[in-house]
Ligand binder design. Structure first.
Ligand code: FES
Length: 103
């Protein structure tokens, strides 16, 4: 069952080409903005729990700041190394609110 919660205000979300960390109800989220479109991923890299929200974007992928594993912001699938992935949370914007489904 979906559990939509407010992650942050739209004005607090990262600008295009940026990522940021956010947290809601104990869930750490990497919020990414690719060409004005927001995506929300699990903030913790499956390699050694590096904080993806402190990384950077290359195209439509976020690069982990610790050892450069790279994950597509829409699918969560790793571009490097293949076969790895992170969870992607459904996201929607309502007015000035960025909502994510953390179920
Ligand atoms: S912790 Fe992310 S690549 Fe190592």
């Amino acid at each position: 069952m979906a559990k939509w919660v407010r992650l942050c205000g739209l004005s607090e979300a990262p600008a295009a080409g940026q990522v940021a960390e956010a947290e809601v109800e104990g869930v750490a989220v990497c919020l990414a903005n690719v060409n004005g479109e927001l995506s929300a991923l699990d903030n913790f890299c499956p390699h050694r729990q590096g904080p993806l929200g402190q990384g950077w974007l290359e195209g439509d992928a976020v690069v982990c700041p610790w050892h450069s594993w790279t994950f597509n912001v829409k699918t969560g699938l790793a571009e490097y190394p293949v076969h790895e992935r992170v969870d992607v949370f459904p996201l929607r914007v309502e007015g000035d609110h960025v909502l994510v489904d953390i179920e």
